[in-house]
Design a protein. Structure first.
Ligand code: GDP
Ligand code: MG
Lengths: 753, 90
């Protein structure tokens, strides 16, 4: 769905109208921390509702900005993606480091860093803290999850920790909103005190720093030797990046400096590393040993009691949920229950929306005489937008489940369970979250693929994510299932045929994704298997606020979309179905009928006449002519021209098909009391044979399951891959597969059903 | 020779790799081979020489492996686990 979409659009807008620091007077504060430490929750606690998301120009790092009021001044907050260290391994990660080190002037300097650490994993989190202290910026440590730590009996002497680290430490619980005021006050104090002259912490051995100095000299002389201009010298990377160059073999800073200074830099780098290795050991060991030793030293006597119990609940749950048999069974049952619930529980709110929209339609008919405007409102707008809005309950439920799974910690277990299966066709367990999100909407799904560090795995995931059945396809499935799949149930009502068909439609995308990913990984994305190291967070009771806010955002975006895009499309399609044509006879008949007693014989005769007139008008409209023009193409799929035109109209956004069919059948006079479902069931060819049969319905569903009918997804792929090649590939292969799939379904279906 | 090796491993006298441990077995990390991005990622996430690691259990299909190290649960594939040299305890 399209919560996402709205976001994607603003993101793109913010990239194009560049200046990312609108107000120079607002000091910028960055939130940094390991994944799952509560950064986003803390961000929301600090910034409240004033949040904007966007992207750093040219790369795919998400930028989340918010404003926070600290007494008399306002600051700008930046939420950076979660990271375990500041060793950049890709251009994206380098941007995060550059934002922090001030290297990119255009990003606006960060004045203060708030490092969010998990009180339960303090020692490991100090690894990142030690790197932040080396940047020479003021740092405030937010000791988050303090509520959980306390409930486990872990006591931390915050003052002593602050003394040891030499920076303010504030105990917070972002979820329970404790310590937030104190954190704000500490940030304000730090910003007020003269902070620009901050000492860079030196945690690594002194031999290392002298090696860095030597390397800097070498680079300096290299640039002059090659006759470079003076400016190149001032371009010299700052201290932090120079240090990373020595430490990270094959890292991004190394790549960049070699690109800039050529082979001589590579030679110099190798030489210095060898020298260091002889003195102190491998650079990678130097760093790791120094930082962990530092962390151990800082933490000694900080814990007032020595027990660090880990969560026994998590271990017990994991024993079941990742068990060889029980784990897989639970996984399948969970996924199945989600689909079954979406199908059954959304029924009554849907009936409510349905009733509301027919009530609106009826009241308008009661007060307005038949005419063009009335037709536009009832046939165009209410039939179109109402037909889409009715799926709001299902979409809210789908997002509810996704948010619950993610917030309780199960999503990473799912990645753990399916990793082996995903690797056989070239993806990884980390592709699970993007793909699962794509069941809601491919736009956030594609964006979630950022968690995959490996480029090839990431692109393969982006290519197959849109095959997952997003919530925009759901209306199409639900409509056709309601119309053509009998309500048979099995096992005492636990399993119903419609739910099975719905689940199969979701499976179609998954099953097709397997060979597609496999082929991609064998051809254009060939390469070594990427590493997989994934933290499995502790299980917890999902936070109601987090879950509900996600459902709310998704629902709001869906309604906005129905109110704008679908609204506009409905009107356009109504015009195309209304013009050209002389509707005076139709209105005359409508007026006559409305004056007569509805059940009288004369009225029934007139209704038949009206329907004939309406469908004649529709067939001769622009929509009807286009439909007949493309009919030969869709004939092999078992479709009539109305479905064909609906599919064509829904290439920009797939829900448009519902609006289109709604308008077509409403204009054509086919819509009866039972709404669109009844109109589909009643629709016939000229010779009286029904248009839809089960194979036709399935063929339409399969087409929609596989086709790339979403401009937003293609645009977000373009943005995430930084090239037009991938969206074009995605569009072409999906459309071709959709046509073949629909054709096969129809041919095979007609033979056996 | 193999038999001898097996006995030695069993008696915790020889170092082995993380993927060779029994489910539930604990070991001390001795070293991590390699100096590339994967090696540093493992270190950042808590696989540090001297640290105690517990191999909790493999995923249903044998890969990846769930471990407990430095206070948190971390899943690594066998490929990465083979780079972690350990000496079993207890
Ligand atoms: N108990 C507790 N839970 C928290 C706290 N802070 C965050 N959480 C929860 O931890 C989870 C991860 O938080 P999130 O903000 O998404 O972490 P991020 O990955 O660092 O952005 C969410 O489910 C939060 O509700 C806290 O202080 N106490
Ligand atoms: Mg976050």
């Amino acid at each position: 769905m399209r919560g996402c979409q709205q976001k994607a659009v603003t993101a793109m807008a913010s990239v194009s109208n560049a200046p990312t620091h609108p107000d120079q007077t607002q000091p910028r504060v960055a939130l940094v921390g390991n994944p799952n430490t509560g950064k986003s929750t803390l961000f929301n606690a600090l910034a409240g509702m004033k949040v904007r998301t966007g992207n750093y120009p040219g790369v795919t790092i998400e930028k989340k900005l918010g404003t926070c009021e600290l007494g008399d001044q306002e600051i700008e907050l930046v939420d950076l993606p979660g990271t375990y260290s500041l060793a950049p391994r890709s251009p994206d990660e380098l941007v995060a480091v550059e934002v922090l080190t001030d290297n990119v002037a255009a990003h606006g300097g960060v004045k203060l860093i708030v490092c969010v650490v998990n009180a339960l994993l303090l020692q490991r989190n100090l690894f990142l803290v030690s790197q932040l202290l080396e940047l020479g910026k003021p740092v405030v440590v937010a000791l988050n999850m303090i509520d959980v730590a306390e409930s486990r009996g872990i006591q931390i002497n915050v003052e002593r920790l602050s003394e040891r680290l030499g920076v303010p430490v504030v105990a917070t619980s972002a979820a329970k909103r404790t310590g937030i005021t104190e954190l704000k006050k500490t940030i304000a104090d730090q910003l007020d005190s003269d902070t620009n002259e901050h000492e860079r912490c030196r945690i690594l051995p002194s031999e290392f720093y002298s090696a860095v100095a030597t390397f800097r000299e070498t680079l300096n002389s290299t640039s002059t030797k090659t006759g470079a201009s003076e400016s190149k010298i001032s371009d010299l990377p700052d201290d932090y990046l120079l240090e990373r160059m020595l430490l990270d073999r094959g890292g991004e800073p190394e790549t960049r400096v070699i690109a800039q200074y050529g082979d001589s830099a590579r030679v110099a780098l190798t030489e210095i590393r060898e020298q260091l290795a002889a003195e102190l050991g491998d650079p990678i060991d130097i760093e790791c040993n120094a930082r962990y030793a530092w962390a151990r030293e800082k933490l000694s006597a900080v814990f007032t009691n020595e027990s660090h119990p880990s969560s026994p609940v998590t271990d017990r749950l994991d024993a079941i949920l990742t068990h060889r048999v029980a784990g897989l069974v639970c996984f399948v049952i969970t996924m199945f229950l989600i689909f079954q619930t979406i199908y059954t529980f959304a029924g009554w709110p849907m009936d409510l929306i349905d009733a509301a929209s027919s009530w609106m339609s009826d009241s308008i008919c009661a007060v307005m005489a038949p005419g063009m405007l009335r037709s536009l409102i009832t046939d165009g707008i209410i039939a179109g937008v109402g037909g889409v809005l009715i799926f709001l309950p299902q979409i809210a439920l789908l997002f509810l489940f996704l948010a619950l799974l993610e917030d309780c910690g199960y999503m990473s277990r799912a990645a753990f369970l399916v990793d082996r299966i995903m690797t056989t066709f070239g993806l990884s367990g980390k592709s699970f979250l993007p793909m699962m999100s794509s069941f809601a909407c491919a736009v956030p799904g594609v964006m979630a693929s950022r968690v995959i560090e490996n480029r090839r795995d990431r692109f393969a995931t982006i290519m197959v994510a849109p095959l997952m059945s997003c919530s925009a396809r759901l209306p199409v499935y639900l409509l056709l299932i309601a119309a053509f799949i009998p309500e048979t149930s099995y096992i005492g009502g636990w399993l119903s045929l419609p739910a099975i068909v719905l689940m199969s439609m979701y499976m179609v995308g998954v099953v097709v994704a397997i060979p597609v990913a496999w082929v991609l990984k064998k051809t254009i994305l060939r390469g070594e298997v990427a590493p997989f190291v994934l933290e499995l967070p502790e299980y917890k009771v999902p936070s109601l606020a987090v879950v509900l806010s996600r459902v709310w955002d998704a629902g709001k975006a869906f309604v906005i979309r129905a109110g704008t895009l679908i609204f506009a499309a409905s009107i356009l399609i109504w015009f195309a179905g209304y013009l050209p044509g002389d509707h005076s006879k139709q209105y005359q008949l409508q007026t006559q009928i409305e004056q007569l007693d509805q059940s009288s014989e004369a009225a029934e005769l007139l209704v038949v006449e009206l329907n004939n007139e309406s469908s004649k008008l529709l067939e001769n409209s622009m929509l009807g002519r286009t439909g007949h023009f493309i009919e030969p193409v869709v004939r092999p799929l078992g479709w009539d021209w109305k479905i064909g035109v609906g599919a064509l109209a829904s290439f920009p956004a797939r829900e448009v098909i519902i609006a289109t069919l709604g308008t077509i059948y409403s204009l054509g006079g086919d819509a009866q009391e039972e709404g669109l479902v009844g109109a589909l069931q009643a629709s016939t060819y000229d010779d009286g044979t029904p248009v839809y049969s089960v194979p036709v319905a399935l063929s339409v569903m399969v087409f929609f399951a596989l086709c790339a009918q979403c401009v937003s997804t293609l645009l977000v792929i373009r943005r995430e891959t930084n090239s037009w090649f991938w969206p074009i590939l995605s569009f072409s292969y999906m459309t071709i597969l959709a046509y073949i799939g629909a054709w096969l379904t129809y041919v095979v279906g007609s033979r056996f059903l | 020779m193999d038999l001898l090796r097996l006995i030695l491993i069993k008696e915790n006298l020889l170092e082995t790799t993380l993927d060779q441990l029994r489910p539930g077995q604990q070991a001390n990390i001795v070293r991590i081979s390699g100096a590339d991005g994967i090696a540093s990622r493992l270190r950042e996430m808590g696989f540090v020489p001297g640290e105690l690691v517990k191999f909790v259990r493999p995923a249903p299909l044998g890969d990846p492996l769930k471990c407990f190290v430095h206070g948190s649960r971390i899943a690594v594939r066998c490929g990465e686990a083979r780079r972690v040299y350990v000496k079993p305890v207890g």
